[in-house]
Write a protein that binds this ligand. Sequence first.
Ligand code: HEC
Length: 133
Amino acid sequence: MRHVLMVLILTAALSACASVDRPTPVPLSPAAERGQQFVLRACAGCHAVASGGASPNAVAPAFASIRMRHTAISLERSLAEIAREGHGEMPPIYMTSAEMADIVAYIESVEPAAEAPPSRGSGPRYAAVDTRR
Ligand code: HEC
């Protein structure tokens, strides 16, 4: 009897999960949503943080183009460096690792720029391709 009850409860719980509706238009994950709040506050003064448009600071790449050039891992590294020592013209910005993870989730959700931006030549951007046979 106990077992039957457990099975019933589990089945009910599972079907409840399956029927949770996601908001249709722009389904940002909770992490990406927190990241969006952070970047609107801390980054949007210089960077275009949404999918389209030019950056207020012409030197600051749009997040859509950053999205093109970075994997989640290289982005996390880049953010960690920015938190410590800034980046070129960009001042250091204090971010916790949880905030960085949220920002990465947000940037990953940004529609990538239609065309590749000019290379700025700092470090490897793409994985090396082995052309040996
Ligand atoms: C005061 C203006 C300013 C603010 C505020 C700012 N940035 Fe930047 N950011 C820049 C500039 C300028 C560059 C380009 C620096 C360079 O390439 O030498 C840059 C570069 C970057 C890069 C490197 C892009 C690449 O080519 O790899 C990342 C990532 C980045 N910013 C993320 C952020 C995030 C996340 C925030 C908010 C937490 C932020 N920035 C806030 C001005 C700013």
